[in-house]
Design a binder for this molecule. Structure first.
Ligand SMILES: Cc1cc2nc3c(=O)[nH]c(=O)nc-3n(C[C@H](O)[C@H](O)[C@H](O)COP(=O)(O)OP(=O)(O)OC[C@H]3O[C@@H](n4cnc5c(N)ncnc54)[C@H](O)[C@@H]3O)c2cc1C
Length: 375
């Protein structure tokens, strides 16, 4: 045991909740402060890849996820009229009893992670953040935004892409940058023929379907806008239907059902990678706070979950805190940077398809192979 007995986590998102549950299961007290008053999340879907499912298995939530999500075993590829041109079997890292990939609605997933953290005894305070940090070699004195103060052995910034902990321990200029693309997700009723991950290539855009429950799916589209400006909610359905206008077949039919702005997420893509190591003394970053990338490998949540699993293992099993944090970096930096770089590269090739080096299928396959290796 490292002597780390009490851990304060900023952020009740995917990484923070997984870490808190992982630490408590190993007998380390974890507390979370979450800046938002509301612990729920926007109702969009997410894809949990095989390595993510493997990591979720460690905190015992995989069956709950499978029960509400939609199991995917194949990537179906097609043309602009949704004629199928290829089917790629995806590896089942947890064996035949589990799907290769799981589509799930984010609110359902958040609920499962919250339940798991609460069941493990994690204290979660909503509407609170860290006001100031002051550390010595044994721990961190923290003042919270409600005026409460305390001392913790380790403070974790799981506070997402716009992390304040990151800008407080690194320089304040380490902020996300736009890549030039934007992503769309629209939740719709799922027709029976959408029973796997589907991706269709049009002349302007790549679009597809991801089933997320027995009843629902989301349409996704990656747009190469000249200028990825924010859009008003009322404009979203029209703009998305316009971006999908080249497509026929089942995508053309789905397009006509895109009407409700509340069911559409539009997000210009931004990225940031903190240099190694992601810690200063007894303050460490995990998840998007350390490495937020593009959605091209659908592995951002997976990387946050893996960070959480590895950090809880290292803290629970090493003799000294420094060894735990060094061990965490050794196991996490190269893998997260690979996902970061390869995801960005896939987006660049979509924006510059004439690039003679462009090999999106090869790079995706290579990345999936690397991610399938043990943590
Ligand atoms: C459009 C889109 C699609 C995506 N699709 C996928 C996908 O299909 N599969 C996948 O694996 N990944 C996907 N991702 C990436 C994934 O959502 C993120 O990588 C993941 O949510 C990161 O988890 P996190 O815990 O680090 O951060 P978050 O989930 O963002 O959680 C951060 C939490 O910290 C809180 N917080 C912020 N500031 C503070 C503060 N100062 N104090 C306290 N709390 C704070 C926030 O309110 C939030 O609750 C997608 C991302 C986008 C944008």
């Amino acid at each position: 045991m490292t002597g780390i007995r009490r851990v304060l986590i900023a952020g009740a998102g995917i990484g923070g909740l997984t870490l808190a549950a992982g630490l408590m299961r190993r007998g380390i007290e974890a507390e979370i402060v979450e800046i938002s008053n509301d612990l729920t999340v926007q109702g969009v879907g997410i894809a949990l890849q095989g390595p993510t499912l493997r990591a979720l298995n460690v905190i015992g939530v995989i069956d709950d996820c499978v029960a509400v999500g939609f199991g995917i075993t194949q990537l179906v590829v097609g043309d602009v009229d949704c004629n199928v041109t290829d089917r790629v079997a995806m590896p089942r890292l947890l064996g035949e009893a589990y799907p290769a990939v799981l589509g799930i609605m984010r609110p359902d997933f958040q609920e499962i992670l919250l339940r798991s953290a609460r069941k493990a005894g994690v204290s979660i305070r909503a509407g609170i953040t860290i006001e100031s940090l002051d550390q010595d070699e044994h721990g961190v004195e923290v003042v919270l935004s409600d005026g409460a103060a305390g001392r913790w052995d380790l403070v974790v910034g799981a506070d997402g892409i716009a992390s304040r902990i990151r800008t407080s321990i690194f320089d304040s200029g380490l902020v996300p940058v736009a890549t030039g693309q934007a992503v769309w997700r629209a939740t719709l009723d799922r027709p029976p023929e959408v029973d796997n991950l589907m991706m269709f290539y049009g002349p302007r855009n790549k679009a597809g379907f991801n089933p997320v429950s027995a009843r629902e799916m989301y349409v996704f589209l990656v747009q190469n806008p000249p200028n990825p400006a924010r859009l008003a909610a009322a404009e979203l359905p029209d703009v998305l239907r316009g971006q999908l206008s080249d497509f026929g077949g089942i995508m053309g039919e789905a397009r006509e059902g895109i009407e409700d702005p509340a069911k559409i997420l539009y997000r210009p893509v931004e990225v940031v990678l903190a240099p190694a190591p992601w810690y200063r003394g007894r303050v460490v970053l995990i998840g998007d706070a350390a490495h937020a990338t593009t959605p091209h490998l659908a592995s951002g949540a997976g990387m946050a979950i893996e960070d959480a699993i590895v950090l809880s293992e290292e803290v629970a099993t090493r003799e000294k805190p420094d060894d735990a944090l060094e061990g965490f970096m050794r196991r996490r930096y190269d893998r997260s940077r690979m996902v970061y770089r390869n995801s960005i590269k896939l987006g660049e090739w979509e924006m510059n398809p004439q690039d003679p080096d462009a090999d999106p299928v090869g790079l995706s396959r290579e990345s999936i192979g690397l991610l399938a290796q043990p943590l």
